[in-house]
Design a protein around this ligand. Structure first.
Ligand SMILES: C[S@@+](CC[C@H](N)C(=O)[O-])C[C@H]1O[C@@H](n2cnc3c(N)ncnc32)[C@H](O)[C@@H]1O
Length: 209
């Protein structure tokens, strides 16, 4: 029997959510958490007091689970998504607004690819939060996806690693730590806002004097 064109098309959920069970998403979250644990003192003067984390584009709250399973970090966790998958996730369109409330770290794993205006979003993050943990599927892999393949995944931008780093700096973030996962396809950045870095270096120098 021949399938009609519509029946034969692969159905995709928005934001590639049919891939949520994939090893790559788990690896990304685990690597991001390792990067955070290894460098937490660079972004938080007293991690024992607890880190307030906002998970932007939280999906099924994988980050919360990985933090609990793999670390002893004291965290308070709040999840935000345009398509909440649980009652505990606050519905928000991050293209338009950020939530009220103070957080020490904004996590954006697998989110930036779906935002058209990455520079503006990063600028808003840097103005509000002392630190961020971000992933991005970079376009400068040795076997890169074509723009067409990236677009077919719903990804709206095509930054190389260096270009995304440039956008982070221009937005007001400095790099604390970085690593590549998924055989070099996905970069993970832990960054601190320039204002929080300046504040912590001036408090360090005044405590020495
Ligand atoms: C690729 S999934 C990643 C989910 C999760 N962070 C993870 O790593 O498992 C991207 C998530 O971003 C959310 N998202 C996309 N655009 C958004 C927007 N404008 N505002 C809020 N959430 C958004 C989607 O609903 C989806 O849950």
């Amino acid at each position: 029997m021949r399938l009609g064109w519509a029946a034969g098309r692969r159905r995709r959920l928005p934001f590639n959510l049919e891939d949520a069970g994939s090893h790559r998403w788990e690896e990304r979250a685990e690597a991001a958490v390792e990067l955070l644990v290894g460098n937490v003192e660079a972004i938080c003067s007293d991690p024992a007091a607890g880190l307030r984390i906002a998970d932007f584009g939280a999906g099924d709250q994988r980050l919360k689970r990985v933090l609990a399973d793999k670390t002893d970090l004291q965290v308070s966790y709040a999840a935000f998504d345009i398509r909440p998958q649980a009652d505990s996730v606050v519905e928000i369109d991050l293209r338009r607004e950020l939530p009220a409330g103070d957080f020490d770290l904004a996590a954006c794993l697998g989110l930036l690819e779906y935002l058209r205006d990455v520079p503006t979003f990063l600028g808003r993050l840097a103005a509000r939060y002392p630190a961020a943990l971000l992933s991005y599927s970079v376009s400068d892999h040795s076997e890169p996806l074509t723009k067409r393949q990236r677009k077919s995944r719903g990804w709206l931008t095509h930054y190389t690693t260096a270009q995304l780093e440039h956008e982070l700096e221009a937005a007001g973030f400095g790099r604390v730590a970085f690593r590549l996962v998924s055989q070099g396809r996905t970069g993970i950045w832990l960054v601190a806002s320039h204002s929080s870095m300046a504040a912590s270096s001036s408090s360090a120098s005044s405590s020495k004097s």
